[in-house]
Design a protein. Structure first.
Length: 764
């Protein structure tokens, strides 16, 4: 929407309180004059802030020492855009501003083209559609960097729990195991086993308990009798024993005593003759060799029972059980064994003692009456029953021992080839599984996976967007390059741009191009590029750089599909240009009006503004407006009506007076004086020869037109002098002199040319 009027600028730069008064309404074409430092740059900053909704452009220019906040009111096609309390109530994206900031941001800064300008220029080239995609790319880059930071922070938390010999990804991808606690215990034992492999190999297995038992012939001896012994002999022996109350030891005593009879007629006890005594014959029949053998068997059996069921045997049982218990504690560090157990070891030993005692009691009875068959006593029967129960317990115990020994043998075989480091690694892995699936770490890992998934989605979107940007850029960039070169051609620039391309250096789309001078491509270089290397900073003059910047801006407008709705603002668009480019710039301003909605030109050069004004005379005289930023006081400026025609006349008078003061009193700067010679001549002869010259004709063009006039035309008389003066001024103007370097000024020579000028305009 076109700018209709700047209603108010307050507390911004030189505009302490600038309010609209008089006819200051803008038209299609607008020229605005302002002395340097009067606020052109501030106006451009305000309009840029309105376009981009960037309050900083305004707040950063707040009038020094002002108390109140900046305020702006601009009329836009029937609405009022207001800046108050640091914000706009609306924006205007249809503004296009060419000024020093555009140049610095998008073309060059100082005397070099840096990466920042290349990135910004890319946005200029690709237009609104491309800028939208690039902006989304920037957002994705920012989101991606933030996501990467979040991922790194989460990963750092997880890394604190990752085993030293395990990668982060392996830890993250560990599978959950509901039995991991048991498996960790198993593996801890495996590690211990690997650490003590030699001890395990040398450690004994458990030993079964060998339960003491009665000799196999115990019962047979108890019931054994001797056949063939006369019944009366046996009866007599028994009677004798009973008679003399020999009790249980009677038979033994008699049998032993019988061995002491050597003489039949002599009793070892009383010394009487024993010849033909029936009792002695009965003794001899009763206590035969078989009898002695039986007694010996009984005696031996008693000794065996005492040995096999003695305290030493009981101690052996106790030692075996206790040793197994000790060994079991060792083995349970490495294997899982169901521990064998005896219900009550003390009771077991007592059972054995009871059995021994009962057995010996029976044998003592047998020894006292060897020929008697001894029946089991009640105590013996109970002891045997208890022993049978104990035997079942010992059998179960030994079954446990055998099962444990199979596991122990397997462990010994396993540790024989165990890799300790591998066992430790596996233990670490299992512990890592447990850690990985604790509630806190599980949540952190899930968050890490989620963030990575989001980042992958961003990367995919970014890749797709980059493909779209590439397609869009490739379609536009060659056309854009051609458009820039067309404008450089119009400005008669001695260079072109070539090799325009783009890249993603630093992740952001960036423009690359070269200068083409004398058909030689030259890299742009940077600020630190050596002066020995051709580059932007040492191959282009100030005027060339200004021309390149303007070409970029105009090419941008040409490629903009919305250019018909644009209000174009140009701040001193001809800086350091020669007269030809100056003229072409003014011509381009008029042409802009054919394709855009509005043109506003701000300049400190009245002559340039008059040049623009005059080019509009034929086709747009009713659509042009001239304004100026007028000094109200030292600290204030206002936008005011301005009569450019009168201003130019005044300027002629002022410039002529300056020439006169220099000639008469040697006042003024020689460089400024030279710059006033041609404008004075141009203004004078356009006035006296109306119809011969156009408003934008420079002195050189005017000399050419005079040369084409008839030989008797009055202007032919001044042709040579005007040409001489023009050549002199050109040689002392930077940008017009050969090589772009002005010749030194000689005061005497300058005095002579000033004198000629004053004479030619009738002032001498």
């Amino acid at each position: 929407m076109p700018v209709e009027k700047i209603i108010l600028i307050k507390n911004i730069g030189r505009f302490r309180d600038a309010r609209a008064s008089g006819d200051v309404k803008f038209k299609k074409y607008n020229v605005v004059f302002a002395e340097n430092g009067r606020g052109k740059t501030t106006v451009c900053a305000i309009l840029r802030a309105l376009r981009e909704n960037q309050p900083a452009y305004i707040t950063g220019r707040k009038t020094l020492a002002a108390i109140d906040a900046p305020e702006v009111q601009i009329r836009l096609n029937g609405t009022t855009a207001t800046f108050s309390n640091g914000t706009w109530n609306q924006t205007d994206p249809h503004l296009a501003v060419f000024d020093g900031q555009f140049v610095t941001e998008n073309v060059y800064a100082g005397d070099a083209v840096e990466p920042e300008q290349r990135r910004n220029l890319y946005r200029v080239m690709v237009g609104p559609e491309g800028v939208g995609m690039v902006r989304r790319m920037d957002e994705l880059d920012k989101e991606n960097r933030q996501k990467s930071r979040e991922i790194r922070e989460i990963q750092q938390q997880i890394n604190e729990h990752v085993p030293q010999d395990m990668t982060f990804d392996d830890f993250l991808n560990l599978a959950e195991d509901p039995e991991i606690a048991t498996k960790i215990e198993d593996q801890e034992r495996a590690v211990q086993a690997a650490q003590r492999a030699d001890q395990i190999q040398q450690r004994a297995e458990l030993r079964p308990v060998d339960l003491p038992r009665l000799p196999n012939d115990f019962t047979a001896v108890l019931v054994r009798t001797l056949e063939g012994i006369a019944a009366d002999a046996e009866e007599k022996v028994k009677q004798q024993i009973a008679k003399h109350q020999m009790h249980d030891r009677g038979e033994a005593w008699l049998s032993e005593g019988l061995n002491y009879i050597h003489e039949e007629d002599d009793c070892p006890f009383c010394g009487q003759s024993l010849d033909r005594i029936d009792l002695i014959d009965a003794y001899r029949a009763y206590f035969s060799e078989e009898y002695e053998q039986l007694k010996s068997e009984i005696s031996n059996l008693m000794a065996r029972v005492d040995a096999e069921l003695g305290e030493q045997a009981f101690s052996a049982v106790e030692r075996t059980v206790h040793q197994n218990s000790t060994d079991l504690e060792f083995w349970q560090q490495y294997v899982t064994i169901a521990p064998p157990a005896i219900d009550d070891l003390v009771s077991l030993i007592q059972v054995l003692r009871d059995l021994r005692q009962a057995a010996l009691s029976l044998l003592e009875r047998k020894a006292a009456a060897p020929l008697d068959s001894i029946s089991p006593s009640e105590a013996y029967t109970q002891a045997k029953q208890d022993y049978s129960t104990a035997t079942e317990s010992i059998t179960r115990y030994n079954e446990y021992v055998n099962a444990a020994n199979r596991i122990i043998r397997d462990k010994k075989e396993e540790v024989a080839g165990t890799d300790l480091q591998a066992a430790r690694s596996e233990l670490d892995r299992r512990k890592a599984v447990k850690t990985r699936y604790t509630n806190r770490i599980r949540q952190i890992c899930d968050l890490y996976v989620q963030k990575n998934s989001e980042k992958r989605q961003q990367d995919e979107e970014k890749e797709q967007l980059r493909s779209r940007i590439d397609d869009h850029t490739n379609r536009i960039i060659s056309t854009y390059q051609q458009s820039i070169n067309n404008y450089l051609d119009r400005f008669n620039a001695g260079f072109r741009i070539t090799g325009t391309s783009h890249s993603y250096q630093g992740g952001t789309p960036t423009t690359h191009y070269q200068l083409l001078i004398n058909d030689t491509p030259i890299n742009l270089g940077r600020a630190d590029t050596s002066l020995e290397t051709p580059s932007f900073k040492n191959t282009l003059s100030a005027g060339d750089r200004s021309t390149l910047a303007l070409a970029f801006f105009l090419a941008q407008l040409e490629q903009d599909p919305d250019r018909a709705s644009k209000s174009v603002v140009l701040d001193d668009p001809f800086t350091s240009q020669d007269s030809f480019r100056r003229n072409q710039t003014a011509l381009q301003v008029r042409r802009l009006g054919d394709v855009v909605a509005q043109v506003i030109v701000l300049s400190h050069d009245i002559g340039f503004l008059k040049l623009v004004w005059d080019k509009l005379a034929a086709t747009a005289s009713h659509e042009r407006k001239s304004l100026w930023l007028a000094r109200v006081a030292e600290g204030n400026t206002r936008i005011a009506e301005w009569d450019i025609e009168e201003a130019v006349k005044d300027r002629f008078e002022m410039s002529r007076d300056a020439l006169q003061r220099f000639y008469s009193f040697n006042e003024g700067n020689a460089g400024d004086v030279i710059q006033k010679i041609r404008p004075v001549l141009e203004a004078y002869y356009k006035a006296v020869a109306w119809g011969v010259f156009q408003g934008d004709d420079t002195l050189g063009v005017m000399v050419g037109k005079i040369r084409d006039l008839p030989g008797d035309h009055e202007l032919r008389a001044v042709e040579d002098e005007l040409e001489e003066i023009n050549e002199y001024c050109r040689s002392h103007s930077h940008g017009e002199a050969p090589g772009g370097i002005a010749e030194p000024i000689d005061d005497g020579e300058l005095q002579a040319y000033v004198k000629k000028t004053l004479r030619l305009v009738g002032s001498f």
